[in-house]
Each structure stands twice: as structure tokens, then as C-alpha cells.
Design a protein around this ligand. Structure first.
Ligand code: NDP
Length: 241
């Protein structure tokens, strides 16, 4: 049977791009999203990708959401943890509710969904998990104490789980995008974006969702079974580690 991929946060932006690329490459794909029913509906209508609504920050909802996907389509072979938020602000202006919302979504959300699939993947002797981290894991910007902390933690989460899982045929890798042209980045003022592209991104442009999706496709291939615990930068040369 063709491999089944679950992509979280796939109604818009990078997740949508990944879901579309996986479907175009012949994978069966299920998409998760939180709120935007119109965007989810268009993903299903235009690209025949079924969409499942739940908040990844909620453990019980994640358990039930994954159960629904499995009941409809069978075991999940590939998980792309992508759902994330970035309500950036300086710490002295940030309520603890914002801190918790970011950690609950961008860090605990990755655990909440991974926890549902890791045992079945180990039992099946095959699994591919890709965690969408960020350049901010290594070079957080102003206002990113919470976002940078969550993304930095995702890198260690990836490495630790990779170590535990490779002997059972499950690889776990991270992708660290730089600035990608999505709703998340478009909230920034145009002048700021122009300066960013001109002075800080050697490639001279924002990233496209396809740039990230290409990398995910490479990592989830059956043949990529010796690549684990890695973080791949997709940032147009903005930071080189
Ligand atoms: P967008 O804001 O464009 O899209 C976010 C997606 O995630 C939407 O589909 C949204 O669903 C979904 N989502 C958000 N919160 C939840 C939740 N709690 N439960 C389920 N789904 C949720 O973001 P991007 O595509 O730009 O970002 C995607 C990922 O890539 C994030 O992890 C982000 O941190 C990371 N990233 C992005 C970069 C960029 O430059 N854009 C750079 C580096 C990393 P809905 O439509 O229902 O709101």
C-alpha cells in the first residue's frame, strides 16, 4: 500500500505546500488544521487531500484526531509536524498566556501528535518523522523568546527521538526554514521584508513553500533510511552553521 503521510497545520502556508508536494509525489496524505475551514475545504476540493480539524496543543484532541485519520486511512507511515504560531513580542510586553500558547503549540503540539504514532511506527518497523523547526532555533530574532525556545527545543527533541527510533526503522529529522513567503511572514511590514531580502538573505528572495517541501520529500523517502537526527537548513544562505 502507498505510504500514508499526516501533515499538521496543512490548511495554509508551508504545511499546505508539503501536503501538496507529497500528494503530487504519489503519497496518500491527510492534513490537519486548527480553525480555517475555508482554507481546509479548498485543500480537499482542489487537491483531494482530506482535512481533519483539531488543535495540536490539546493532547486528547490530538489522540482523537489521529484515531480518526487511522480509522479512515489506516496506519500513518509519515508524520510531518508543522503546525505552529508566532505571536512575537518582547518578553516585558508578553503575558504568560502567550508564552504558554507558543510552547503548547510549537513544542507540546509536536509531542502530542508524535506520541500517537511513535509506538505503531516502531511496531511496523518503518516510520518517517519530520519536524519543521526554524532558523530561529539558532538565531532567534527580537520578540522570539518563546518561539525561539520552542524551536530550539525541537532540535533536541528530534535528536533524542532519532536515537531511540532508528533501530526500529523510524527516522526523525528536522527542517529549519528561514523566511518563507507565507501568512506568518506577511504580517511583517513590507519595508522590513525588503531590507531583510536585500541585506540579509544572500539568495535575494524569500523562500517558497516548495523549497521546504522539496527537502521534506527527500527526508521521507524509503531510501533515506540512514539519515536521522539531522537538521536541514532551507534559508537562502541567511545563516550557515
Ligand atoms: P502559517 O501561519 O502560514 O500557517 C500555519 C498553519 O498551521 C495553518 O494551517 C494553521 O491552521 C495551522 N495551525 C496553527 N496552529 C495550529 C494548531 N494549534 N493546531 C493545528 N493546526 C494549527 O504558518 P507557516 O506556514 O508560515 O509556518 C508553518 C511552520 O513553519 C510553523 O511551525 C512555523 O513556525 C514554521 N516556520 C515558518 C517560517 C516562515 O518563514 N513562514 C520560518 C521558519 C519556520 P489554520 O489555517 O486553521 O489557522
Amino acid at each position: 500500500m502507498t505510504r500514508l503521510a499526516l501533515v499538521t497545520g496543512a490548511s495554509r502556508g508551508i504545511g499546505r505546500g508539503i501536503a501538496r508536494a507529497l500528494a503530487a509525489a504519489g503519497y496518500r496524505v491527510a492534513a490537519n488544521y486548527r480553525a480555517n475551514d475555508d482554507a481546509a475545504r479548498s485543500l480537499t476540493e482542489e487537491h483531494a487531500i482530506p482535512a481533519y480539524k483539531w488543535n495540536v496543543a490539546d493532547y486528547q484532541a490530538s489522540r482523537e484526531g489521529v484515531e480518526r485519520v487511522v480509522a479512515d486511512h489506516g496506519a500513518i507511515d509519515i508524520l510531518v509536524n508543522n503546525a505552529g504560531i508566532s505571536p512575537d513580542r518582547f518578553m516585558h510586553k508578553m503575558g504568560d498566556d502567550v508564552w504558554r500558547q507558543v510552547i503548547d503549540t510549537n513544542l507540546n503540539g509536536y509531542f502530542n501528535v508524535t506520541h500517537q504514532v511513535i509506538a505503531p511506527m516502531r511496531k511496523a518497523g518503518f516510520g518517517r518523522i519530520v519536524n519543521i523547526a526554524s532558523l530561529s532555533a539558532f538565531a532567534p530574532n527580537y520578540g522570539e523568546t518563546a518561539y525561539g525556545a520552542a524551536k530550539g527545543a525541537i532540535i533536541s527533541f528530534t535528536k533524542a527521538l532519532a536515537k531511540e527510533s532508528i533501530a526500529r526503522g523510524v527516522t526523525v529529522n528536522a527542517v529549519a526554514p528561514g523566511y518563507i513567503d507565507t501568512d506568518m511572514v506577511r504580517v511583517a511590514p513590507q519595508e522590513w521584508l525588503d531590507d531583510l531580502v536585500r541585506n540579509h538573505i544572500p539568495a535575494g528572495r524569500l523562500g517558497r513553500v516548495e523549497d521546504v517541501a522539496r527537502c521534506v520529500l527527500f527526508l521521507v523517502a524509503d531510501e533515506a533510511d540512514f539519515i536521522t537526527g539531522a537538521t536541514v537548513d532551507v534559508n537562502g544562505g541567511q545563516i550557515m552553521r
